[in-house]
Write a protein that binds this ligand. Structure first.
Ligand SMILES: [Zn+2]
Length: 159
């Protein structure tokens, strides 16, 4: 069995062949976590996970690149995270690659609010840190038992 901890099968790019992709995944014994990137996308990730119980799971979160432009209501995310198929928060984090300086504090605030509230429900975090030139130390480290799936892009590397 293989396990893909970061998919987005709920994305519209899969609308034309989602069931085909899933069928091929399942026949190859590949289990997945569909990572939510905003409230509506997280709902779609949960719906897929509920349809394929025991083979798919979901996360709930607001992606850092979407954080600034959205009306963020943490209570709606927390409510979604109560679903049995939700195994982590994410995709959230800090991504300063395309974020104007004026929006970085709002992105950070939304990330920390997700980390502090939803994380307490799941104790797992799938997120990203990109082009963040400050020390990345979530306070939740002190809670002890948690799992972290973190992918990072620190600096641009010219090809
Ligand atoms: Zn992703």
């Amino acid at each position: 069995m293989l396990f893909d901890s970061h998919t987005h099968l709920q994305f519209p790019q899969f609308d034309g062949d989602r069931e085909g992709v899933i069928s091929r995944l399942l026949s190859a014994d590949i289990k997945v976590i569909n990572v939510g990137t905003d409230l509506e996308d997280s709902k779609k990730a949960i719906e897929l996970a509920k349809k394929y119980l025991g083979q798919m799971w979901a996360t709930v979160g607001l992606h850092p690149n979407d954080a600034v432009g959205q009306n963020f209501d943490i209570s709606k995310y927390k409510k979604l995270a109560e679903n049995d198929s939700v195994v982590a928060i994410g995709e959230c984090g800090l991504d300063y690659f395309r974020t104007p300086d004026d929006d970085k504090n709002r992105q950070k605030d939304i990330f920390l609010r997700q980390l502090e509230s939803i994380f307490a429900q799941t104790c797992r975090y799938i997120g990203k840190v990109r082009r963040v030139n400050t020390q990345y130390t979530p306070n939740e480290r002190s809670r002890g038992n948690f799992q972290l799936f973190l992918f990072c892009f620190q600096d641009y590397v010219p090809w």
